[in-house]
Design a protein around this ligand. Structure first.
Ligand SMILES: [Zn+2]
Length: 286
């Protein structure tokens, strides 16, 4: 772990004893748009509550600490944001406000030419897309108890550890028209390459979607949802509990693609975060 990157913000007040010190560490200490952020609170016995961007944090206990992950959307305006924490100290609830700076990140520009099938949409295509989007959007309010533990592993396995996906956050111009930024990372891999769950969770949606092709969505709890698109095979079903490292599907080229690859996306309560940064987050534990 790079200690230099680890900001230790002590909120110890003059009246509290060092043994009762409430400490908060934030990783990375200076996050940018699209970053996942790891919080660790120590010095309090009961589970803290917290809020940022108007969304609730969920903590899990690890040894003598409470840890939580939240995400900064890739379009979040750089600036200073309030991170509010409510902790119980000496039997009293105390509210702490931490000023969190969010920095700018420069994203790539991607120009794509796609076949008309995916660019000129019929009425029934649009209806299908809207139906699928409604189902997907409903997932962004899920904030279930934390199921993740320890580091997230690469969904394409050990061989891909450290290999970064392409074009996270890329501002896209499709057939000459600006579109939504790319919300995940693409990892080219041969069709049939196994796809693994990066952490424990529950499958909350599977389907064959217009753009994403065969897709799987996993709820890891605390608002973190990971997704896998363009699969050739889906090996899990909605409601299934999956374990870190469990095979959930295979890479394919279904939906709107130019070749076989895995699109891996991660959202925190609807905030689109960089999957590679989640994989490198130093989450303590096994
Ligand atoms: Zn993609």
């Amino acid at each position: 772990m790079k200690l230099r990157k680890f900001a230790l913000i002590s909120l110890l007040t003059l009246i509290s004893l060092p043994l009762n010190a409430f400490n908060l560490s934030i990783y990375p200490s200076s996050p940018v748009e699209g970053d996942p952020v790891l919080l660790s609170v120590s010095g309090v016995k009961t589970c803290p509550e917290g809020e940022i961007f108007g969304k609730k944090l969920r903590f899990r206990k690890y040894k003598d600490r409470w840890i939580a992950i939240f995400g900064i959307d890739l379009m979040r305006k750089p600036g200073i944001y309030n991170l509010a924490l409510i902790v119980k100290e000496k039997g009293k609830l105390k509210k702490k406000i931490v000023k969190l700076p969010v920095g700018k990140r420069i994203f790539a520009l991607q120009k794509l030419t796609l076949s008309k099938r995916y660019d000129e949409l019929s009425k029934s295509d649009l209806e299908r897309i809207e139906r699928e989007n409604r189902e997907i959007r409903a997932l962004w309010s899920l904030n279930t108890p934390v199921k993740w533990h320890g580091k997230f592993i690469h969904p394409l396995g050990r061989k891909f550890e450290g290999i970064h996906g392409h074009r996270f956050g890329a501002r896209r111009i499709i057939n000459g028209i600006p579109r939504k930024p790319h919300s995940g990372a693409d990892y080219p891999a041969p069709e049939g390459t196994p796809v693994y769950a990066p952490n424990d969770g529950v499958v909350v949606l599977t389907g064959n979607h217009f753009f994403a092709g065969n897709s799987i969505y996993i709820d890891h709890g605390g608002g973190l949802i990971s997704m896998y698109f363009h699969l050739s095979k889906i090996l899990v079903h909605k409601g299934e509990h999956v374990r870190k490292g469990q095979k959930i599907g295979e890479v394919g080229a279904t939906g709107r693609v130019t070749g076989p690859h895995l699109h891996f996306g991660v959202y925190w309560l609807g905030n689109r975060i960089d999957p590679d940064k989640l994989l490198s987050l130093p989450v303590p534990g096994e």
